[in-house]
Every structure is written in C-alpha cells, then in structure tokens.
Design a binder for this molecule. Sequence first.
Ligand SMILES: NC(=O)c1ccc[n+]([C@@H]2O[C@H](COP(=O)([O-])OP(=O)(O)OC[C@H]3O[C@@H](n4cnc5c(N)ncnc54)[C@H](O)[C@@H]3O)[C@@H](O)[C@H]2O)c1
Length: 295
Amino acid sequence: MSIPNEIKTIGIVGAGQMGNGIAHVCAVAGYDVLLNDQDPTRIDAALGIIERNMARQAAKGALADRDMKDALGRIAKAPRLADFAACDLAIESAAEDESVKRKIFADLNGIMRTEAMLATNTSSISITRLAAATERPDRFIGLHFMNPAPLMKLVELIRGLATSQETYETALRFVESLGKTAANAEDFPAFIVNRVLIPMINEAVYTLYEGVGSVEAIDKAMRLGANHPMGPLELADFIGLDTCLAIMQVLNEGLADTKYRPCPLLVKYVEAGWLGKKSQRGFYDYRGDKPMPTR
Ligand SMILES: NC(=O)c1ccc[n+]([C@@H]2O[C@H](COP(=O)([O-])OP(=O)(O)OC[C@H]3O[C@@H](n4cnc5c(N)ncnc54)[C@H](O)[C@@H]3O)[C@@H](O)[C@H]2O)c1
C-alpha cells in the first residue's frame, strides 16, 4: 500500500503547547489542519494562542497579513477523532504517556484511510512500540518538533523498526516543506535532543535539591557560565515538569542505568501539580508581574 503522493490535510491530536505550535506551522505552510483534543476547551484556547502568535509574527514582518488570514482559515476544530477520516497524515501530540498514545493510535488506525500516514511527536517513547499499536507500522514515524514549534528550526525524524523508506522520504519532504531542518535519530529512549537535554535538567534539579544553589543561582550560572540562552530550571518550566519527568522515567526504564534516576524534587513538583508555565507555577511562580522563584 503506498502512501498518498501529496499530503493536503493533517489531523493533530492534542491541542496543548506543542499541538498548537505544530498546527500553526502546518497552516502557514499551506496545509489544511484539523485540531483535536479530548478537552474541547483546549481546542478553543489553542486557536486563540495561534492567532496571537501569528499576529506577533505579522507585527515583526515575518508573516504577511493576508497569509496570516489564509493560515487561520485553514485550521478547523475536530472535537471527535472520527473527523480525521479524510486526513492524509495525523500527528499525535497528546500527553507523554504510552498508554494514552497507544489508545489514540489504535483509534486512528480504525478511523483513517489505510494509506494515510501516522506520526507521533513523542519526546521519548519507542516509535516501534507505538507503531505496533496500529496495523500500519510501515506508515508510522516519529516527527519530534521542538518547543516553540513556530520558531525552532529542528525536527527529529525517528524511524521505527518497520517504518518504510517511502514513509521516511515522505516525512522528510514534509518537514522540509515546513521550512524546518530534519535530524535523523535512531529509536532509542528520548532520541538525541532529550537524551542530552533532560538529564542535564534533572541534574539541575538535583543541584537545587542538594542545596548547591538556589533556583536563581542555578539558572544564572548556566546562562552566564555555559552561555545557555535559558537556565535549566527556567527551561524545565517552559517544557513542562510533567513532560520532563515522563522523559526521565522513559530513560530510567529504557536504559536501566541509575544515572537516569528522576530527582525526587522533580517528582514532588509534578505531584503538587506545579507543572511549570502551563500551570502558572513550577520552579518559578508566573502569576505576578514577573516570575518569582518558588525555592
Ligand atoms: N513541551 C515540550 O517542550 C515538548 C517538545 C517536544 C515534544 N513534546 C511532546 O509533545 C506532546 C505534548 O506535549 P505538550 O507540551 O504539548 O503537553 P500539554 O500538556 O501542553 O498538552 C497535551 C494535550 O493533550 C491533550 N490530551 C491528553 N490526552 C488526550 C487524548 N487521549 N486525546 C486527545 N487529546 C489528549 C490534553 O488535553 C492537552 O491539551 C508530548 O508527547 C510531549 O512529550 C513536548
């Protein structure tokens, strides 16, 4: 079974911070987008965020007003996954939880045409295992966008064991059509970017946990001392502490090396529901005029 020559309509599952960014990028590149979330209020919120982000690009001259209007007109709400029946490609960007993703893919497999392609934006979970939840593992691939998707240039491309060459080439053309650059990664826990980045963040949380430095000192040290544009705790809040923890757990379980043990303080923040910017509180409190450290 060959995949469609041309991708026209893309269904996106999960309208959170990554889903809205991916929808934005796809619509600007000329694709029709259907946006789904289990929580309909998240779809409405995402549409508002996309409009504001596009308006910011337009104000900077990075997007013509006319192109912004056209792009917004290409994004439609899809409250039910069944709305994806005519999509050529689905990109799943729901929570970083294997059982949630497997269920979504099993459902998409039954809904979408047999030739349609399936992709996941997972940060860490095995592409081969997620593909096995479908009857089309050859048309399944990892497309790992970076946050914020409209600004970041890289997309990691990850083939599962059964991903066909045709699927890989179609995905590569698709990434390039978005104006992004692809980097190939093999299907190992957390691929390349997060295999390096998230243990560094986890180590920064240990540094805080052990009292080596305060939140502000750790972030300042890494900004000015390692020339990172953001400190690791600020970055953790930006990614989402639940996502950071989920990735550490995948590394810990998948590589069975104690160096990947999630820091207990990271676990505690997630248990408290302090998930970072998206919940207004993480290592910083975002509810006031300026972010204040929470420790
Ligand atoms: N945050 C990052 O920096 C980043 C970067 C790259 C990839 N990712 C990956 O992208 C995915 C989404 O992360 P995010 O940061 O956007 O999280 P988020 O919490 O902002 O959004 C997740 C969304 O998925 C929805 N959802 C959960 N279960 C669902 C289901 N069964 N069906 C439909 N919608 C469902 C939630 O309602 C929520 O709106 C994760 O797999 C994450 O690992 C995150």
